[in-house]
Design a binder for this molecule. Sequence first.
Ligand code: ZN
Length: 504
Amino acid sequence: MTAAESYAELVRRAKELGVLNSCAAVLGWDHQTYMPTKGGPLRGEQMAFLASLAHQKFTDPKVGELLSAVEASDLVRDPESDAAANARELRRAYDRTTKIPQSLVEELARVTTQAQQVWEQAKKKNNYASFRPLLEQIVKLKREEADAVGYKEHPYNALIEEYEPGTTAAELKTLFAGLTAELAPLVKKIVASPKQPDKSVLERELPIDRQKVFAEAAAVAIGFDFGAGRLDTTAHPFCSGVGPGDCRITTRYNPRFFNEAFFGVLHETGHAMYEQNLPSEHFGTPLGVACSFGIHESQSRLWENQIGRGRPFWDHFFPRLKQTFHTLADVSKETFYFAINDVRPSLIRVEADEATYNLHIALRFELELALLSGDLAVGDLPGAWNDRFEALFGLKVPDDAHGCLQDIHWSFGGIGYFPTYTLGNLYAAQLMDAVRREFGGGIEDDFRLGDFTRLKTWLNQHIHRHGQRYRAGELCRLATGMPLSPKPFISYLREKFGALYGMC
Ligand code: ZN
């Protein structure tokens, strides 16, 4: 077999796996949306069957041989070539998958399935003691996973690699230290400002059918292709990129809170537009897959916050909002705009505003590091959480349900996942900074007219079309001309909230 033939065979196998995984994605979407309850057990079997089939196919020693043949050839000489990028990322995934013993994979699956059920009850009943033994097992198993995969410096590096390849705990520490030092005093100033928004306007009666029409219109305006996607309702909103021509998002409607569905839809639409604009000819291979969790999150946060919570966006949409919701007839644009940009320290991460959000992540990152290195015992987690929370937010945590039990992530073993939310926020701000440098104020005029084409095209060109050709850090440098920095995000917050809260 020539190297070219080996590469062709590798691509064929990757594409076949892409098709297999897309089948699982449709079943997963159906499970969350329309499947009758009694279909659960069969669906479980279907999903497990597809997962084991995919695992079997991917860990076939032949894949390793093909990879080695390609890696030893001239095909990878240019590190940015299709073959080099595909080989690099397939190698990372292949090594990771084959290094973790099957017994550990099964043990993790068993423990995390149980842990998710226990966590749900523990949160409901505010009972950390019941969740603690499972979290202890999860931390232990994740440490074993890190040991199996191998790492330099900190076991955390082996775990974050699953979400944000190329990023390290040391880099994140520096990033979070810089962020926290700026954010904490900024939030204090905002809280102390005599000028505060009237949030109650967002809690007026807003019929769900109208919310749906309004949110769909916004999704279309920013670029969601309904010919290649759907919007449905679920308890926990998500975006599932099935494959070329098929990306599905969901939301949930609250008749007495505007933000929930509307900003949720903008968020998921941002994710979906990334999926809808990946190069379809590379489907199944790394070049047809989103770069990283952090870059994915940058796309959702960009549309949700940088655009959707921005003034120009509402210059266009506010008159339509008033036409849609009669209960908002007496509300001014300024009152509304201030209300959707309300900043206040709160206990729950998913309800947090743009200024306090990353402090929630900084807290989790710190605790994850300590848990994994053994500096913090799982039994001491609630105390450590509450102390650190009070130091960061100036709030006392009343109970664990509003503290260390609030998120699902640790119960499914997602240690290393949280930082990607903050990376998303930082990338989003840095991307918009680059867009403004390129187009000047004219781009805001586009938004005021409800025209997002130039921004969408820019994102297609600088982010979406590359798939995994570059690692996140490099993609950021290429798109913005600079390595990732918290500065654009901090300046964005200062400017926006300085003006709103009268602190200029
Ligand atoms: Zn997201």
